[in-house]
Design a protein around this ligand. Structure first.
Ligand code: NI
Length: 220
């Protein structure tokens, strides 16, 4: 059995994890799947032996300070294929995982609205949530603050619109802000149909939505 490479975490915050991998000759990391995009910065020269699941093996020469990048999802076992000590820094971008979870939250939120399921919607929002509706007396439309008020506003929406559907929707996340674009098609109690495009601007608290700020076209 060959030696195992030694990982030393040099930095870890909410955006990056930097691990120094130290390899004796012949040492291996063991099989792993990369969960994040990453950059490798060699600290020494040498040769890496990369073994892949399809059985292929690649030898990669390392030059100190000359980096390369890979996307998440790479699966391999990495060995020091040279005869000297070898080390590199692995810089992982870890806030892409948060952005992915937040994008999933927006998709679940959209699915909740289309299912007209207020419980499902409220599972996507934080305890300190707020909703600013498109229309109302305030600069922000109408401001609903706190879970009870937000829940009541969403329930009222489904009373106003006996049928409702958000079509052609897309969701984007950058930092603590999210954006969804959609086409709202709703039928009011008296049969009047509303069909307008709009956007929601979201603020996140952790994985959950703390503010949904809605804007939609006013048709004339
Ligand atoms: Ni790797």
């Amino acid at each position: 059995m060959s030696a195992t490479a030694n990982p030393v975490i040099r930095l870890e915050d909410d955006r990056f994890r930097v691990t120094e991998w130290q390899f004796a000759p012949g040492a291996k990391t063991g099989w792993h799947v990369h969960g994040h995009d990453y950059v490798v910065v060699p600290l020494t020269g040498g040769t890496l032996g990369l073994e892949h699941k399809d059985g292929s093996e690649v030898k990669v020469p390392l030059t100190p300070g000359i980096p390369y990048s890979r996307r998440c999802g790479v699966e391999h076992d990495v060995a020091n294929a040279g005869s000297e000590y070898l080390a590199f820094l692995e810089v992982e971008v870890i806030d892409d995982a948060l952005a992915r979870r937040r994008t999933e939250t927006l998709k679940r939120l959209g699915a909740g609205f289309n299912a007209r399921d207020v419980d499902a919607i409220m599972e996507c929002v934080s305890d300190n949530c707020a909703f600013h509706s498109a229309a109302g007396p305030d600069v922000e439309g109408t401001r609903y603050v706190g879970r009870a008020a937000v829940r009541a506003a969403y329930e009222a929406l489904f009373v106003t619109y006996v049928e409702s559907h958000y079509a052609e929707s897309n969701a984007y996340v950058t930092g603590d802000t999210g954006l969804s674009t959609w086409r709202f098609i709703g039928k009011e109690r008296d049969g009047k149909v509303v069909d307008v495009r709009g956007v929601d601007v979201f603020t996140f608290d952790g994985d959950l939505v703390s503010l949904k700020d809605s804007y939609r076209k006013a048709r004339s």
